[in-house]
Design a protein around this ligand. Sequence first.
Ligand SMILES: [Mg+2]
Length: 377
Amino acid sequence: MNAACLAVRMRITALEAIPLRAAFSRSFSFGTVDRTVSHNVVLKLTSDDGIHGFGEACPVGAFSGETQESVVQLLEGPVREMILNADPFQHAALVKQLEPRLHGCPFTLAAVDMALYDLAGKALGVTAATLLGGVFRERVVMHGSVGWGVAEEMAEAALQQLAYGYRSVKLYAGRGDLAADLRRIETVRSAVGDDVGLIVDVNGLWDFATCRRALGPLRDLRVSLLEQPLPPWDCDGLRWVTETGQVDIAGDEAIYTTFDVAQAGRLRTMDAVNLGISKLGGLLRARDCAAVAFSAGLRVVMGSVLELDIATAAGLQFAATLPTLPYASYLIGPMKYERRLGVTAFEVHDGAVDVPRGPGLGVEVDPDALAALDLRR
Ligand SMILES: [Mg+2]
């Protein structure tokens, strides 16, 4: 190999972990979680040529034990130790080295992965999607979402969401008893009419008997996708539910690694895998998961944990690179926050979002917004 190929292109010279005081415009309930504030951490890497690469961790208790404090500690401790002086272009090797130190901490790893793509993309003047192999789409179709709550309020919120042009809306179930949850979904269905797709996410809260009883009514309510209806460990139950073919089944809390995707394909426990980049540990790992999914005949769906602008931009970069994307995506996090981080507004037009075209992740972080949200100040 030509020695020039192995030359270091740039070095990471500084790392800053910035915990945010971020709040949602209104409380958002899903699973057993009520989110009014969000514990995001912005990771800022600086290179020897003065380029800044940004990543974002958005730890959510339903997916890992990470907290804002643990993310900051890991970034400022072992991550700093391992990546200072490293070449961000040696991306896969860096992620591989970090994985054992960040075991069970995908949100922290995701922030590093995003920041590496942002740095490398900015250095070359190309998008992260280009670094991943290029795009299949320049806009990504989104669905709206309505948190779990009072049926009539959910119906009203769903109607408000449709103003953005969404053709489908995500609802949550599993916290209440089944009859009440079905009434909630029915109320929303009546309000939005038959032409709007409904996605229902149970976050693994049903037991098998509840799930079995729910399938017929959900099919009759024309629910197009049912996400994680059973706990991730209930492979036999998930396989049975998927085999009935009444509603498409997606796995989310069951999917963190390529091994999880391979198992889902082998056991046919789902039709689709949710490839939210934060819980997977970033774009590189998501790309591997997508490759395994496609080879196993599984569909992919782009989820999120309602991150702010940086992680949402990373999700858009990744969504653009997927050859097929049969369901609407959920990359609308910034819309749910009181204050956003990007210089340009994050916008949904006609139910879709443009994939950012700027270098790296394509999001220009507003220093004033970042300073205003900085928890340390
Ligand atoms: Mg989910």
